[in-house]
Design a protein around this ligand. Structure first.
Ligand code: WQD
Length: 334
């Protein structure tokens, strides 16, 4: 069975993907610099999967460290999650984002060439589309200039991969453009662990319900949507993890050596609909107030998932209530 390197393996999506890989018999080596994750997640992954996971703390920006890692480990495939991902923070600290997100990718690709790793799954994002003119977005929807350095690192990352694949025909890469990952594993042993005040909607909702935050500010109630609040394509993190398994399997049979896919549910939900779902599944009356729009937010986006359904044979199975319920079960353990 393949030896799979999972970078950012103790992070939110990384940890859920490690569980699914281990449960399917893959050998998993997880690396993480622990800048936005906690070491106890490693034992939680083992507890859920009942399989051993190899873990090494590693800063992928340090080229020598990356080289020594590949000298010590035989790797067949890489799933690359490790990146800084806070949109607002990237505006304040662009150099950190370009350094961390792009140099780590370049180091991994150089190592892949030197150590004959020929399969690479890249964590990309629907932010490459900006505010699409037409919905739902397909993979042919033109990319718009990134609205943040974070989004720019995803656009540039995809271009780096495409150029690398063009001159390395045996190397196969797949970019997965995530929509909005939320929720947690049904065991409530792993989930989202935002450091400090959450940027994202669902951890802010659950922390408000848990009394950690006083109230949720809903950013904007005057958008051109049915209830005036922004629409997103929320996807359960376990469905997203399973998309990575399907991508690894696709890498064994794909004809071209670079491809990219929207990974969403195909359904758009507004902020108020997410709140309503949460209140239904938790029985908690959420304290929220509609305030001004958040600069940089796009109005609405949701995916056309035809390509990923047909070529990878993957489709999201879990609905919004599953997502908000699992997020709440996880929050209650913290
Ligand atoms: C969702 C909606 C906010 C917080 C995320 C990731 C980004 C990318 C795409 C992967 C928006 C509203 C939020 C709050 C609110 N994913 N909101 N009050 O901005 O779509 O981006 O998904 O690459 O990395 O950040 O997600 O959860 O921040 O916002 O009203 O306190 O919730 O305005 O409409 P976003 P989000």
């Amino acid at each position: 069975m393949k030896n799979v390197l999972v970078t950012g393996g103790l992070g939110f999506i990384g940890s859920h993907t490690c569980v699914e890989l281990l449960q399917r018999g893959y050998k998993v080596i997880a690396v993480d610099n622990l800048s936005n994750s906690e070491i106890q997640v490693k034992d939680r992954i083992t507890k859920i999967s009942r399989e051993n996971i190899v873990f090494q703390q590693l800063d992928l920006v340090q080229k020598d460290e990356v080289k020594s890692f590949f000298e010590a480990h035989a790797i067949d495939s890489i799933i690359h999650f490790a990146a800084s991902k806070a949109v607002g923070e990237s505006v304040e600290n662009p150099l950190h984002y370009y350094q961390n997100n792009l140099i780590s990718l370049l180091n991994l690709l150089e190592a892949s060439k030197a150590y004959s790793v020929n399969q690479f799954v890249f964590s990309s994002s629907c932010t490459v589309y900006g505010q699409p003119d037409k919905l739902p977005v397909t993979e042919d929807t033109p990319k718009k200039p990134a609205e943040s350095p974070y989004g720019n690192t995803k656009q540039i990352g995809e271009e780096i991969l495409e150029d690398f694949c063009r001159v390395n025909p045996t190397f196969k890469a797949i970019s997965l453009r995530y929509f909005n990952p939320i929720g947690a594993h049904k065991s409530a042993l792993i989930g989202e662990l935002p450091l400090g005040v959450p940027n994202n909607l669902v951890p802010f909702i659950t922390q408000t319900a848990a009394g950690i935050r006083e109230k949720l500010n809903v950013f904007g109630g005057d958008y051109d949507t049915p209830d005036g609040t922004c629409i997103r394509d929320y996807i359960h993190v376990v469905d997203l993890a399973l998309a990575h398994i399907s991508a690894l399997e696709y890498a064994d049979r794909m004809e071209e050596n670079y491809d990219f896919f929207n990974v969403g549910t195909g359904n758009g939900f507004s902020v108020l609909e997410v709140i309503k779902s949460f209140e239904k599944v938790s029985g908690v009356n959420l304290n929220y107030e509609i305030v001004d729009r958040r600069p940089g937010d796009i109005e609405k986006i949701y995916a056309d998932t035809t390509k990923v359904n047909q070529k990878l044979g993957w489709k999201a199975k879990l609905g919004l209530d599953d997502m908000t319920h699992s997020a709440w079960e996880w929050q209650k353990t913290l």
